[in-house]
Design a protein. Sequence first.
Length: 146
Amino acid sequence: MNKEAMSDLIISTKSEKGLTWEKIATDLSMSPVWLTSVCLGMNSAPQDKALAISDYLGLGEEVTAALAAFPTKIWDQAVPTDPLVYRLYEVVGVYGDTLKEVIQEKFGDGIMSAIDFSMEVDKIENPKGDRVLLTLNGKFLPYASW
């Protein structure tokens, strides 16, 4: 089973069971962002976590193997049209160079890791409209000199 078929099966099973990513993650003591990313095929799960996810959803060994398989992280290179994904793309387009400048001013010449990384999504209630708080937490990796 490939990652795409795995994701389709997980999403349909999640929907049929009336589950949310938050509920699954809480029940399995996992980060909802990490769990979702694994189930969408963009990360791999250690064998014990892959088994826990597939057992929880009542799916078989093929899903366990696909969850544990190393992904090829390729995504559509066109500008996304989904409004939420497009806005994140827009944030990076508008503020990417600004973030690079500020990060490098504070840390030096380097990058923020997306490997040694965590992310959280929180809701902040506001009378003018609820707010989305994204926290990206990546290790700083300086460029080496030799």
